[in-house]
Design a binder for this molecule. Sequence first.
Ligand code: SD4
Length: 325
Amino acid sequence: MKRRNFFGKLSMTVSGFLGVNSLEAQSQNLNSNPKRLTNSPLSIATWNCPEAILISGKLMEAGISALDAAVKGVAFEEANEKNTTVGIGASPDQSGCVTLDACVMDDKGNCGAVMAVENILHVAKLARKVMEDTPHVNLAAAGAEEFAYSKGFKKTKLLTPASKKRWEAWSQKSNSSPKINVENHDTIGMLCLDDYGNLSGSCTTSGLAYKMKGRVGDSPIIGSGLFVDNEVGAATATGLGEAVIKTVGSFLIVELMRNGCSPQKACEEAIQRILSKHSGKTDFQVGFIAINISGEKGAYSIHKGFSYTYFKSGRAINTSSASFY
Ligand code: SD4
């Protein structure tokens, strides 16, 4: 497809998703609030997700908060059947059941998460409901699903004919084991810095493809898959969740930034920490992205192949991350 057609189509898709009226309404908000930062709004997400980044970036340009932008941005990927690691069309667990994990964290340090949830599409939005409408941080499995229905979420069949076919092919192999997807589309962690200098983030995934039933990775674990501190910065992760959890990766990056590291240096240190705990064994991937409160960004992964997408001057730019190997 020609580049111009692609971006034309993309902006139509995105404006449909945004709702033009809400943009117009919110732009009045922007006019009445002065822009505080020169590097804002900034949104950045793991992997190649231009539509999600355009949604979050344009919402923030229209004066919408970083939290709203982070939840609405990843919603695009949750509804994207081609993304085999997020929302509808995602790979199931060993038993053929799709279970989703997600979390959100805002500029005030509030957070919410849902884990191992079946039949609910927009799990980042559900995590936000846990944060805003319950006294808890984490809701799991059937409890999270029941809570979703009580909040008006619809039951959605997440296993598509394509994801069922992939799972059937996988289950026929004799040495079937869980795997980290290495396609362009993968777990989406998104960090947003709005024009008022506030940071928020979201992370949404189906986790490891063909995982053990009940397995939960890093993505919905605050501090591991995502961490936001409005005084410092924010970080999010993709890759082998067990390795990220063992080093509390996203929290580690934010603390490194608090102690003076740039987002880039902090991501590199966190990857080094993981490698130092797995001496000799590097057959897995982890990637981190981070931003600080000044709008500087960083990304680093163990292996080549990880990329991230960010919003700049009305455009979504996808870039390869630097890597250890
Ligand atoms: C997990 N970190 O559940 C997730 C998987 C992932 O890209 O990021 N895949 O371990």
